[in-house]
Write a protein that binds this ligand. Structure first.
Ligand SMILES: Nc1nc2c([nH]c(=O)n2[C@H]2C[C@H](O)[C@@H](COP(=O)(O)OP(=O)(O)OP(=O)(O)O)O2)c(=O)[nH]1
Ligand SMILES: [Mg+2]
Length: 131
């Protein structure tokens, strides 16, 4: 059987040098690790539409503006992901976990202290280098 291949819209929500992160539940792929909110791009959907939809569903914000930040292809062995990461600069609403997931704001300086999926290490490094 062909390996699962998914395109994922990922949002780095930044406010005052802090970034909003949420924790994947234990039963999910890469469970128990911290992530930037987001999810799979559905068939026929643009990455921006997927980002806006997922951030509303998962953390209850309305994204007004986002910028492409980087794209990461990563093979976890059981699944290949293409993460299309966007910086969310402007949004309304106070982010909170709508799906029962733990969430928190973390400073850019402390980001590397959290346990993230391997694919995210490059994102953390670029954020710390550029901000
Ligand atoms: N959202 C998100 N996914 C990430 C990050 N890093 C990373 O490797 N991933 C991987 C884990 C998953 O294999 C995939 C995201 O798929 P997902 O399962 O969250 O998709 P989804 O939100 O649409 O949820 P579902 O339909 O599976 O319930 O991308 C990240 O920072 N954020
Ligand atoms: Mg998700």
């Amino acid at each position: 059987m062909a390996k699962k291949h998914v395109k994922v819209a990922v949002g780095v929500i930044i406010q005052n040098r802090n970034i909003f992160v949420s924790k994947r539940s234990e039963h999910q792929h890469q469970g128990g690790l911290w992530e930037f909110p987001g999810g799979k791009v559905e068939a026929g959907e643009s990455v921006t539409d997927a980002l806006n939809r997922e951030l509303k569903e998962e953390v209850n914000i309305d994204v007004h503006s986002s910028d492409a930040f980087m794209i990461i292809e990563h093979d976890y062995g059981d699944k290949h992901v293409c993460l299309d990461i966007h910086l969310v600069n402007d949004f309304s609403g106070e982010p909170k976990g709508l799906e029962g997931q733990p969430c928190k704001w973390v400073s850019i300086e402390q980001l590397h202290e959290l346990a993230f999926p391997t694919a995210n290490l490059e994102i953390v490094a670029k954020l710390q280098a550029e901000f």
